[in-house]
Ligand binder design. Structure first.
Ligand SMILES: [Fe+2]
Length: 274
């Protein structure tokens, strides 16, 4: 989101009909010489470099992996719920795009180039050094899903030009009897806009846009790399670029924070001013 005033907001459709808030979305089919081999390499790198708990979609079966459970021991309470939206959901950011392997870094470059193009076209900003602040690869098994949420932060510092995205390695061969299986959708003005995942598809959207993943049922695993990207590193501490130099994931150290509503990116070793 760009701050400040933007003139000329009426985009002509026909006659006196205008659009005032079109949502920009990147729909890009990655083109590499051997897409299947490229995606297989990415999956292999993830499996070889991370534990099973780190690459699975977090849900109740990962209770023991995610640190101390949240205890709702009050009879009543209040919680500030802006600007992040969604039912509490805890995602360990395994920061897969920080893996130095060549296929991973090639994908990261594609993401960064698309982001530069996007903010240039949508906000007239030259993004010299985009910052992928978090990324996570996940292997969806039967029944895995993502509740409706956005990727806004719960509190300051708020990122500039924050977008998020997904790169699909495998659609998991969804069960044809379950037409919504693993389907990705945006939710805007009470309408769901569905996009079918397919290998090589790279989506990017503004971080405030609500989206969800329908329960997945398929023959194999649905594999996706998600990420958050913004204009420059967030300053959580005196250390410049703290969120672009995330320490290695230690699942046992994850500290779910009490957030009853919103999408929760669990930060490892958050600095005191977070
Ligand atoms: Fe998401």
């Amino acid at each position: 989101m760009a701050y400040g005033r933007t003139p000329d907001i009426l985009l002509p459709v026909k006659g006196d009909l205008y659009h005032i808030a079109p949502i920009p979305v990147i729909y890009h089919e990655v083109s590499v010489p051997d897409l299947a081999g490229f995606n297989a390499d990415l999956s292999r790198i993830a499996r070889d470099s991370m534990s099973q708990a780190e690459i699975e979609v977090p849900d109740v079966k990962h209770h023991a992996d995610m640190g101390k459970a949240i205890e709702f021991d009050d009879d009543s309470w209040s919680e500030t719920q802006i600007p992040a939206i969604g039912v509490w959901h805890c995602v360990p950011t395994n920061n897969f795009l920080e893996n130095p392997a060549e296929p991973v870094q090639r994908l990261k470059s594609i993401v960064e180039d698309l982001y530069r193009f996007t903010v240039q076209e949508t906000a007239d900003i030259k993004a010299e050094q985009p910052c992928i602040s978090e990324s996570w690869i996940q292997f969806y098994k039967d029944g895995d899903h993502k509740v409706l949420h956005n990727h806004e932060r719960y509190g300051p510092p708020y990122p500039e030009e924050r977008w998020c995205g997904a790169y699909y390695l495998d659609d998991g061969t969804p069960d044809p009897a379950m037409p919504y299986s693993g389907m990705f959708s945006f939710r805007v003005r009470q309408t769901s806009y569905f996009i079918k995942p397919k290998p090589g598809l790279l989506l990017m959207w503004p971080a405030d846009i609500l989206h969800e993943v329908a329960p997945f049922y398929g023959k194999s695993e649905r594999v996706v790399i998600n990420f958050n990207i913004n204009l420059r590193p967030l300053r959580f501490s005196q250390q410049p670029g703290a969120l672009c130099k995330t320490p290695p994931l230690q699942v046992a150290d994850l500290r779910p924070r009490r957030q009853a509503a919103g999408f929760c990116i669990v930060l490892l070793n958050p600095s005191p001013d977070h």
